[in-house]
Design a protein around this ligand. Structure first.
Ligand code: ZN
Length: 434
């Protein structure tokens, strides 16, 4: 592929990811309900997602699938009948999972149900109350200060009924049942970085991988935060094949990439992500695991202890736009989505290519020239290739993996894996099982 062609493909993918974020932005997602279903239906245009419905009341580990929330409309009207807070202008205006209300009340009565951000007076906060029955409105502090004493007509046209929790899943079978899991949350309404960026990157990664040959089975999970991953874990707890996993969240903002390691800390996925980031040369930060964040909390709980790390950009909760209306379409940058996608692609490539080899000519260096192995491989510089071959030959004693070689040599992973492929073809290496 020419450089021009690669650049134009990149521009197309960037634009298509951003178009997807735009299209999903207005949908009123929550941990259950039509917003989630509509979101998954949009994704089905890109990838053959299977949609699962789990009934209200189902026990999932220590939790219970909640009632399904439907929101149709919500407003606060002033005495003249004018909607001064209107769900139709932003779905953030209603506290998620609000019970229905229709009443006329004074400002004093309404005030305990209003949420604003005094230090960011033009932004609307995002609030939910999934497991405590209440209702409320979120509005800008400017709007709050402009309210008179009332009376106000207050209406939330919602209901909470027995229904389902909905999640989407795509399993791409590989040569082995060992899995790479890519998981992202789908439960936030009009917030762009916090959930739509992860959805877009996971969707385009899945769209690419579905047409590629695979060693691992790759599983994509699009599930509501916390309760969705708990539900999935509960349904699969006796048949878990996850060997490597990544939670994607907040991967579109202008900040640098951040990788949070799995609880194990030295799992192959932890090492693969760090090699991918090192090789890419992009500025990034690596953090140790902490039991705070997104669904990596569930996957890394001690009863599962799966090797699942988390890829993000600026850490959730540390940027002012987090969980506010300022996490909007302008906050997500197409080039950052692209960089996040490329990182995921590189990580999957490393995990797919990683294996242990045995050097079949381990006594002294084998004569590479005689076997035609001094010519450039894969278009990269010959001296690097030769050094990569020497590293692979030296460490291939059956116990070191290509990840070990990439770490110890400091050479880029593709140079290492290309070298291994050439050496295997020349009969100098044999792949070990597993
Ligand atoms: Zn969030």
């Amino acid at each position: 592929m020419t450089a021009d062609r690669r650049e134009s493909d990149r521009a197309t993918i960037k634009r298509r990811m951003m178009d997807l974020v735009d299209e999903l932005y207005p949908l009123p997602r929550s941990i259950t309900g039509e917003g989630v279903r509509k979101t998954l239906r949009v994704l089905q245009r890109f990838i053959p997602l299977e949609v699962h419905e789990v009934a209200t009341g189902t026990q999932v580990l220590d939790w219970t699938v909640p009632r399904e929330w439907t929101i149709r409309d919500a407003y606060i009207k002033d005495a003249t009948g004018h909607r001064i807070v209107d769900f139709n202008s932003s779905n953030l205006h209603v506290v998620g999972y609000s019970v229905p209300v229709h009443a006329t009340m004074s400002l004093a009565e309404l005030r305990p149900h209003l949420h604003s951000l005094p230090d960011r007076p033009s932004w609307i906060p995002y609030r939910t109350s999934y497991y405590h029955e209440t209702w409320g409105f979120c509005l800008s502090h400017d709007q709050l200060l402009a309210l008179d004493e009332g009376p106000f007509e207050v209406r939330i046209d919602s209901d909470l009924r027995d229904g389902h929790l909905t999640y989407g899943e795509l399993v791409l079978p590989g040569e082995t049942r060992d899995e790479i899991l890519v998981s992202t949350h789908i439960c936030h309404p009009s917030l762009a970085n916090d959930n739509l960026s992860g959805i877009a990157v996971a969707t385009f990664l899945a769209a690419e991988l579905q047409h590629a040959p695979r060693r691992h089975t790759v599983r994509f999970l699009f599930a509501p935060g916390t309760i969705g991953s708990l539900t999935w874990l509960s349904l699969h707890e006796h048949d878990l094949r996850v060997r490597h996993g990544l939670v994607l969240a907040g991967v579109g903002d202008g900040g640098n990439l951040t990788y949070k390691r799995s609880r194990r800390g030295d799992a192959d996925v932890d090492r693969a992500v760090q090699i991918a980031l090192r090789d890419s040369g992009v500025a990034h930060t690596v953090q140790d695991f902490s039991p705070w964040g997104y669904d990596e909390r569930q996957f890394n709980s001690p009863g599962f202890n799966l090797s699942v790390g988390s890829l993000m950009r600026t850490v959730h909760g540390t940027y002012p736009e987090y969980h506010t209306s300022a996490d909007d379409l302008g906050f997500v940058r197409p080039d950052r989505l692209q960089e996040s996608l490329e990182t995921c692609r590189a990580v999957v490539g490393i995990l797919e290519a990683d294996r242990r080899y045995l050097n079949l000519s381990p006594k002294g260096e084998p004569a590479l020239g005689r076997r035609g192995l001094y010519s450039p491989i894969g278009g990269s510089e010959a001296p690097v290739d030769r050094l990569a071959m020497l590293w692979v030959l030296n460490l291939s004693d059956g116990s070191h993996s290509l990840i070990d070689v990439a770490e110890r040599s400091g050479l880029a992973f593709p140079a290492i894996s290309d070298a291994a492929r050439s050496l295997e073809k020349a009969g100098l290496l044999e792949a070990r099982p597993g």
